[in-house]
Design a protein around this ligand. Structure first.
Ligand code: SAH
Length: 362
């Protein structure tokens, strides 16, 4: 089934039930079992819609793997330890992670690999790269087995459904997906209401008319569930994503189709949808649940602190001449401020009282 079919179903749904939140639209466009973006497509890589850090350089997964294995050693080598990844994509990060972490004695033997992914297409790719490690696949964080936890997530939070609120004259209103006069999807403004105002974080409610605020209830719920678990069982979770911690940028929801910007409502199920991650909101929800938060740091600061440059030198010494350029340009793309170095951030959430994870210490 292709995009237009999903558009027709969305139109019928809205005609029957009224305008839907952007979050409900995003959830259907990304995850509808027949026509959703992640249900049907392998989005990653040059032939797909977007390229992620682990697909650009093996150094990304390697230094994160070494850092996590180091953290595991620092907290007393719990065995077994649940090693979980949220949204593993093709499995590249975890494959690089496990290869590098093998230098820490006992780590691979202790790790129970758990992959949390909604996409049947990507689960199949993960099976090819990671099947030898005997992973357990689950659909949500709440299904991750109990025990000491190490969790990583790269470009996962940006795919979680967001809602948009606009400041009106007195109250706030929610931006909704509706049907226009010609029968297509359009954005419309819900009524100004105290109920909509209550959805906006208190410190932002006085913003000038026209201001748009995005909230991500699913990210807040994940932060709360993670914090609840980390107060009971030792562990740490690393989130790397594009986003902001200070000044909020307004509306950031965007669609990408084969590496090009597309209209958010144009082709549901065919284009990827994502929004900038509000790291301050995620940190706030994790802290409110009793967890400790480290960062966010820029991806440049984080990878440099993890020794990415040293890792590059080691790899260059062993590399064939034709590989050298690729290794060098790969790491540059990840840490160059003009590329992914400052837009992308890294943040760790840990059990209270544990040492800071590698990269965040000092
Ligand atoms: N981490 C990978 C892939 C990023 S793409 C990389 O860096 O290359 C986002 C990933 O999250 C995909 O694997 C997608 O299937 C998964 N995903 C998105 N929304 C999800 C959800 N609500 N629940 C579980 N997995 C989800």
């Amino acid at each position: 089934m292709s995009g237009p079919d999903l558009t027709a179903r969305l139109v019928r749904h809205i005609r029957a039930h009224g305008p839907m939140t952007i979050a409900a639209y995003m959830a259907m466009a990304l995850h509808d079992p027949q026509a959703g973006y992640y249900a049907r497509r392998q989005p990653l890589g040059a032939a797909g819609d977007f390229v992620t850090a682990p697909e650009i350089s093996q150094i990304f997964g390697e230094v994160i793997g070494l850092g996590c294995a180091d953290f595991w050693r620092n907290i007393g080598r719990p065995d077994p330890v649940v090693l979980a990844e949220l949204g593993p994509g093709r499995g590249t990060l975890m494959a690089d992670f496990l290869r590098a972490a093998a230098v820490v004695p006992g780590f691979r033997e202790a790790a129970r690999l758990v992959l949390i992914d909604a996409s049947p297409v990507l689960r199949e790719e993960q099976r090819q790269l990671l099947g030898a490690f005997g992973p357990l696949w689950v659909s949500g964080f709440d299904e991750v087995p109990d025990g000491p936890l190490l969790l990583v997530a790269n470009e996962f939070l940006d795919a979680l459904p967001i809602r948009q609120l606009a400041r009106g004259r007195r109250q706030w209103r929610e931006l909704l997906v509706a049907v226009d006069a010609s029968g297509g999807l359009c954005l419309s403004e819900g009524p100004e209401s105290p109920a909509a105002t209550l959805l906006v974080p208190p410190q932002r409610r006085d913003a000038p008319p026209g201001t748009i605020v995005e909230i991500c209830p699913a990210a807040s719920a994940l932060a709360a569930a993670l914090a609840e678990r980390l107060t009971r069982q030792p562990g740490a979770a690393l989130f790397v994503d594009y986003g902001y911690a200070g000044n909020a940028p307004g509306a950031t929801l965007a669609a990408v189709d084969r590496h090009r910007a597309a209209g958010v409502l144009d082709r549901p199920g065919t284009a990827d949808l994502s929004a900038h991650v509000n790291f301050a909101a995620f940190a706030g929800a994790a802290r409110a649940g009793g967890a400790a938060v480290h960062g966010p740091l820029t991806q440049r600061e984080f990878l440099t602190a993890l020794g990415a440059e040293t890792r590059l030198e080691v790899l260059l010494r062993k590399a064939r001449p034709e590989q050298r350029g690729l290794l060098e340009t790969g790491l540059r793309r990840l840490i160059d401020p003009q590329e992914m170095g400052t837009l992308f951030k890294a943040m760790a959430v840990t059990s209270p009282g544990l040492p800071a994870p590698a990269g965040f210490a000092g």
